[in-house]
Design a protein around this ligand. Structure first.
Ligand code: AKG
Length: 316
């Protein structure tokens, strides 16, 4: 739900009704589930009006950016001079990346100081949507544990744009599979797959594999370590997920790591030069750099900062 609209050049400076949007999104039992299993599918989702706005925004974006099949990286970044990733209209999705409902869910799971460090659209058109090989998100280790921490904390929020289930290639998790930390990923060279790396899952118990079933506007959240993947979409229904990644600001976004070592696209993901934003609380590690990659994004920076202040005052 949005308060009055102040249309400016760039991102729309509409402010969310923080009180309405920050209702408890994740129960204590769901927090425990996330910590034990590496993922959670909360019962609550976006309010219906927000879900509708998200769907309408995505439909506009798909029209304006025809190359959307597969992975679209950093969809919340507008394609502007100086930006090497992003989409026409990305500023409209940035609003969802700082949505109080989503931030509140991430806060419950990984704590009160949060950095928005990435995002994607995972789009699987009907009949031809590619398989997502089993993998862990720590395969690209740009997010590192901060001082005194043995694991980096990240909440990868995967929002269903379309209704999603096992038949149209919904995300699947292997419960507790991240307990041993980073696992070996073999290189893949199969054009029919969305990623070019994969974990051998033969050692896992198939009974631990959980399909996420999400109505549009609901979301799952997974950590950096849980093994997850998705079947090809051979159904007649489109399957699109919009994801945003939040890390604890006690951890490090490591730009010295450089570009990604694997991805589903020809070009490696330029992790080192991506813009990141503090979206809740305070940054705890000096190394986190909120300047690199922000060329021509001042309007987003101002909106993120205004929202951070209001949300931090409310949520603590
Ligand atoms: O949506 C998919 O198929 C893949 C999503 C994924 O790997 C992720 O969100 O980390």
């Amino acid at each position: 739900m949005l308060r009055e609209s102040v249309k400016e050049v760039g991102v729309e400076r509409r402010e969310y009704e923080i009180g309405v949007e920050t209702r408890e999104m994740v129960s204590d039992a769901e927090v425990r589930h996330f910590k034990e299993n590496g993922f959670v599918i909360p019962a609550a989702g976006l309010r219906e009006d927000d879900a509708r706005e998200m769907r309408e925004t995505i439909e506009r974006i798909l029209i304006d950016n025809p190359d959307w099949h597969g992975i679209v990286r950093m969809p919340h970044i507008p394609l502007r001079e100086g930006q090497i990733e992003g989409l026409i209209g990305g500023e409209d999705l940035f609003r969802f990346a700082i949505h109080p409902t989503i931030i509140e869910a991430a806060r419950r799971l990984i704590g009160p100081n949060l950095i928005l460090w990435g995002g994607e659209i995972f789009a699987k058109p009907p009949g031809i949507g590619k398989r997502t090989p089993w993998h862990q998100d720590c395969y690209n280790p740009a997010v590192k544990p901060g001082p005194g921490r043995d694991r980096a904390q990240s909440a990868q929020v995967w929002i269903a744009v379309d209704d999603v289930d096992a038949t149209n290639g919904g995300l699947r998790f292997i419960a507790k599979s991240g307990r041993e930390g980073r696992l070996d990923h073999a290189k893949l060279q199969n054009a029919a797959d969305l990623l070019n790396f994969e974990i051998d899952t033969s050692g896992f118990d198939p009974r631990d594999m959980v399909d996420s079933v999400l109505p549009s506007g609901h979301f799952s959240v997974h950590d950096l370590y849980v093994v997850h993947g998705a079947n090809a979409n051979v159904s007649g229904r489109r399957r699109i997920g919009l994801t945003f990644h939040y890390m604890a600001a006690e951890d490090i976004y490591d730009r010295s790591f450089g570009d990604s070592i694997g991805s589903g696209r020809d070009k490696p993901a330029p992790l080192a030069s991506r813009p990141i934003w503090l979206v809740l609380g305070e940054n705890q590690v000096e190394l986190n750099d909120f300047i690199t990659g922000h060329q021509n994004l001042q309007d987003l920076d101002e909106l993120a900062e205004a929202t951070r202040r209001r949300l931090t005052a409310r949520l603590g």
